[in-house]
Design a protein around this ligand. Structure first.
Ligand code: 9MR
Length: 498
């Protein structure tokens, strides 16, 4: 547990003598975003805002804009016909005002959260009820909602109009009508269409473009598009960052403002260790924020929640950790990735070592696959100590370290070391993987001994299969009886340019 904590918090506090230490970093995200020219937001829920001071403090401190996660939806507001319950949204609006924040209004026209008293089979009654709900909601929130998701999730995965209750009853024109009504009721608010599965290229993103083109051709007042950005990093899954950037660009060329409006990254079923999964999440989040920063039309990144403790994913799909702060409100690597992106810096995962391979503080988890491993003073490649493996009786005997915790599917890793073996001896760095696909050996690097300290570095793209039993990095190769000396082991995520 201690080791896990160490790796988890390594980027926040520094951990171990030789690891890249960083001062605790509690700068509000919105202060960093101000400098970067970006707006940062989060979806908030009424209950934890009332009951969890730690959560409320994060919401108040870090974000420019709050999206009421549910408090502006039709059913929660008008559970009973005509009896509008605005207590929750009013509380959230007061909270935002106290903290100098605005609200992102979510959402006016959506197939889910239609109150049960609305007769959806009667098109006339449905239309009248929807218009009346929109008018009331827009008027109640005029001046405190800066942006409205006027229409939410009207497209199917194939890019055609989804056969929703609203579409079936009210037909194609109801989308344009909703935007016109919203403009008339609140001329100052920006009006957005919001959907999921449209961030990366594909039939649904193409359908979104067609929808936008058609609305613009009819002079419908649409100011922007919310790309929800609920990301699910499954095995084999890597975000298509180039595709995302191209997609943002072509939407931006329509003169639309773009928001990444509901960012979260599910990692629970990614094969690998917990720290590795959080690294994959952090890299994905970095890529999303960076893509938005690089696209002039993309102005806002909103996370769909703050703490893993309250994510909709746990409630709806299953246990996961999709957000920037963990269940205990402790910052996660994904938060530091956002900070790095906002600062215009490379993501720290590409440079901060995931292990302490300096041997200055002892073996730090290193052992050997056979023979005898000991930390010895002097004769080093760097620093004062090195690891030496003696009494080897097999060519595969050598120093090893357990990498199971920080390796995950979907990431590339750079593992570098200094080794010293007799001149001419083969020397290899290898990963031994025991997972659902069996026991496998993956070469990281191979060299011929020079008799002096030499680099043994390589990049591996991992192909793990859950459940993962164990993964070890080890050095092997010289004939039995020859010693292997090891120093300066560094493991980072390998980034494309690095
Ligand atoms: O996070 C929201 C969850 O608490 C609600 O039960 C659910 C139904 O109202 O909606 C969730 O938020 C969704 C958002 O409104 C639209 N895009 C997808 C979000 C996650 O499902």
């Amino acid at each position: 547990m201690r080791r896990l904590w160490c790796v988890w918090t390594l980027w926040a506090t520094g951990c171990g003598q030789a690891l890249g230490k960083r001062a605790p970093d509690d700068v509000p995200l919105r202060a960093l975003a101000d400098k970067a020219g970006l707006v940062v937001g989060a979806a908030v829920s009424w209950e934890p805002l009332q009951q969890d001071p730690g959560y409320a403090a994060l919401a108040a401190r870090h974000f420019h804009v709050l999206t009421p996660e549910n408090a502006l939806k039709w059913a929660p507001i008008e559970h009973t016909e005509g009896a509008r319950d605005t207590r929750r949204i009013d509380d959230i609006a007061r909270f935002a005002a106290r903290n100098g924040q605005s609200l992102r209004g979510h959402t006016l026209v959506w197939d889910l959260e239609i109150p049960s008293w609305v007769d959806t089979a009667d098109a006339h009654a449905l239309d009248a009820a929807l218009v009346s709900h929109m008018r009331a909601t827009l008027s109640e929130n005029r001046g405190r909602v800066g942006v409205w998701d006027v229409v939410n999730e009207a497209l199917a995965d194939d890019g055609q109009r989804a056969p929703t209750v609203l579409h079936n009853a009210l037909g194609e024109p109801h989308i344009a009508q909703a935007f016109r009504l919203a403009r008339a009721e609140d001329p100052d608010a920006k009006l957005f269409y919001n959907d999921y599965g449209v961030l990366w290229p594909g039939p649904k993103a193409d359908g979104l473009l067609r929808l936008v083109d058609s609305l613009q051709a009819q002079d419908v007042p649409i100011d922007g598009v919310g790309l929800q950005s609920h990301v699910h990093l499954v095995p084999e899954g890597r975000l298509d960052h180039a595709g995302i950037r191209a997609n943002l660009k072509r939407l931006g060329e329509r003169g639309l403002e773009l928001h990444l409006s509901e960012v979260d990254v599910r990692v629970a079923d990614l094969a690998g260790g917990h720290t590795g999964r959080l690294l994959a999440q952090a890299q994905a989040v970095y890529g999303l924020v960076d893509a938005c920063l690089d696209e002039p039309a993309c102005t806002t990144v909103t996370f769909w929640g703050i703490s893993d403790r309250y994510s909709w994913v746990d409630r709806t799909i299953g246990p996961d950790d999709p957000l920037l702060w963990d269940d205990d409100l402790v910052p996660k690597p994904a938060l530091f990735a956002v900070q790095d992106a906002l600062r215009g810096k490379p993501w720290r995962g590409c440079s901060d070592s995931l292990l302490d391979g300096s041997f200055e503080a002892g073996a730090a988890g290193f052992s050997s696959t056979g023979g005898r491993a000991s930390v010895e003073r002097g004769g080093t490649s760097e620093g004062r100590h090195r690891l030496v493996v003696t009494d080897r009786t097999e060519a595969w005997h050598g120093p090893q370290v357990d990498a199971s915790e920080w390796l995950a599917e979907g990431l590339d890793y750079r593992i570098s070391a200094k080794v010293k073996v007799p001149k001419g001896a083969p020397v290899n760095a290898t990963l031994r993987i025991e997972d659902a696909a069996g026991t496998r050996y993956v070469s990281v690097a191979a060299a011929q001994g020079t008799g002096a300290w030499q680099a043994l570095s390589g990049v591996v793209a991992l192909d793990l299969h859950a459940p993962v039993g164990s993964v070890h990095w080890y050095v092997e190769g010289p004939p039995p009886g020859q010693d292997i000396e090891l120093d300066g082991v560094v493991a980072t995520v390998a980034c494309p340019s690095g």
